[in-house]
Design a protein around this ligand. Structure first.
Ligand code: NDP
Ligand code: 2IT
Length: 450
């Protein structure tokens, strides 16, 4: 049945939808035994319904730069599934954005949001706009033009976008301002807002902190280990990477790497996060080359000098690895090198950063591997806390949000590891995550009818 659905999906989607097909294949293969044992899933067409987005919205975004030149970009919102709650998921601004990438992200979001246990559906959106090198005013003008189109499709009870690559609280602030101007409605229609107008404390930190809360709980339960004194490698230097490094350091780990789209830093004495923040936070996005210039003993490797078919970050011995930049950034040869160097756990901060053949190798060699839909769900969880605070006009303090975030991450670990055990594939957190997430969504889809 799974093979039949995959074949028909190959036919109905573009041949360029490879990343989307990668995500769907992984999930459906995990579900094979489950759907065979429960005839309801076939009777209600659950798999076919689940792999087809509710709607794909595409619109033109026209804006004028600081030199009065006109630009046109594509804008998108993919509302994939709202069986568990309003559509929910980030907006990505990056030149690589297209429907293939957004379908994969929106599809993954359904499962992540389900695993969080919270009442939120799955969506994703964004634009092929490149924020790099743009002035603050250009970012503002683009965000306003983007929202002029997007506003008609979203709402606090309909679809609540947030940030992702290239979209942080600055962009969410501009988007929110425009939504309010157009609709006159001061409602929680976006999450990740600045604190001044409805943002939640800890939302900027939530994804990275959540990744480490998950890792700490898993290491405690599976290996009776802690992160204290352990060497860790992290890729990326954006929101997720920075806060993963920050929490790892608070837990006493030694983080020796980070990276951006042009190169990687190795710092054997431990990454100096204040310098990374200076280079990368608030949309500055300066090259990490500046880090090596300021920190004696650190090494910068340009992307062109990475090992063949691999990434510089994964060639260093470490106890645990945290890919936190983008999809498919950890290859099979990277996995082989990590295993050779004694890595015991890989916890994804980004969405689908590990290639399928690398996952297979990790699992075969007994490396604890956690897919992003489980380990990076802390971001969307605190987004839901923000929706909750907006709806009740309350403001939660930092400790309350932090405690609830930690609880959610520990619950996700428990749900995923228990499901894997029950299905006879102990420590296969990919199957555990896909099956646990699927059951919740599928049950809701059956109950709401076709
Ligand atoms: P940011 O834009 O803040 O940072 C992205 C980082 O990854 C930057 O260091 C960027 O480099 C690097 N990067 C981006 N694209 C590429 C590429 N094609 N090749 C190499 N490096 C690249 O994004 P986030 O930190 O928010 O997102 C990182 C990952 O985490 C994504 O997969 C995202 O989907 C996922 N995620 C994000 C959540 C959130 O709350 N923000 C929640 C859950 C998952 P440069 O500085 O050169 O641009
Ligand atoms: O991939 C993700 O989970 C996000 N980009 C965050 C989504 C959200 O709605 O907070």
């Amino acid at each position: 049945m799974v093979e039949k659905i995959l074949a028909s999906l190959e036919q109905s989607n573009c041949t360029t939808d490879t990343t989307f097909m990668q995500a769907v294949s992984e999930v459906l293969r995990s579900l094979e035994p489950i759907v065979q044992n429960d005839p309801r899933y076939e009777r209600y067409g659950i798999l076919e319904r689940l792999v087809t987005p509710d709607r794909i919205i595409q619109f033109k975004v026209q804006w004028v730069d600081d030199q009065s030149r006109v630009h046109i970009n594509n804008g998108y919102r993919i509302q994939f599934n709202n069986s568990l709650g309003p559509y929910k998921g980030g907006l990505r601004f990056h030149p690589s954005v297209n429907t293939n990438i957004l379908k994969f992200l929106a599809f993954e979001q359904i499962f992540k949001n389900s695993l969080s246990g919270l009442p939120i559906g799955g969506a994703k959106g964004g634009s092929d706009f490149d924020p790099k090198g743009k002035s603050d005013f250009e970012i503002m003008k683009f965000c306003r033009a983007f929202m002029r189109e997007l506003h008609q499709y979203i709402g606090a009870r309909v679809d609540v976008p947030a940030g992702d690559i290239g979209v942080g609280s600055r962009e969410i602030g501009f988007l929110y301002g425009e939504y309010k101007r157009i609709t006159h409605s001061y409602e929680g229609v976006l999450s990740g807002k600045p604190y001044a107008f409805g943002g939640s404390l800890l939302r900027p930190e939530a994804t990275g902190y959540g990744v480490v809360y998950f890792a700490a709980e898993m290491l405690k339960q599976e290996l009776q280990e802690t992160l204290e004194g352990k060497v860790c490698t992290v890729s990326g230097a954006g929101n997720v990477a920075i806060h993963t490094i920050e929490k790892l350091q608070q837990y006493g780990a030694l983080v020796i790497t980070c990276s951006d789209s042009d190169g990687a830093i190795y710092d054997p004495r431990g990454i100096d996060l204040s310098i990374v923040k200076e280079l990368k936070e608030d949309g500055t996005r300066l090259s990490l080359e500046g880090y090596a210039a300021r920190v004696p003993g650190s090494v910068y490797t340009k992307k062109a000098d990475y090992p063949e078919g691999g990434h510089a970050v994964w060639s260093h011995p470490c106890f645990a690895a945290f890919p936190c930049a983008t999809q498919n950034e950890l290859s099979r040869s990277d996995a082989a090198r990590l295993i050779e160097n004694g890595c015991t756990a890989v916890i994804e901060g980004a969405n689908m950063p590990t290639e399928p053949s690398a996952i297979e190798l990790f699992q075969r060699e007994g490396v604890l591997f956690v897919p992003g839909k489980a380990s990076n769900a802390g971001g969307v969880a605190v987004s839901e806390f923000e929706m909750s605070q907006n709806a009740s006009m309350e403001k939660w303090d930092f400790d309350k949000v932090d405690r609830k975030l930690n609880e959610i991450m520990c619950q996700i670990y428990k749900r995923v590891s228990l499901t894997a055990k029950e299905c006879g594939c102990e420590r296969n957190f990919v199957h555990g995550a896909n099956i646990a997430a699927f059951k919740r969504v599928a049950d809701a889809m059956i109950l709401e009818g076709v």
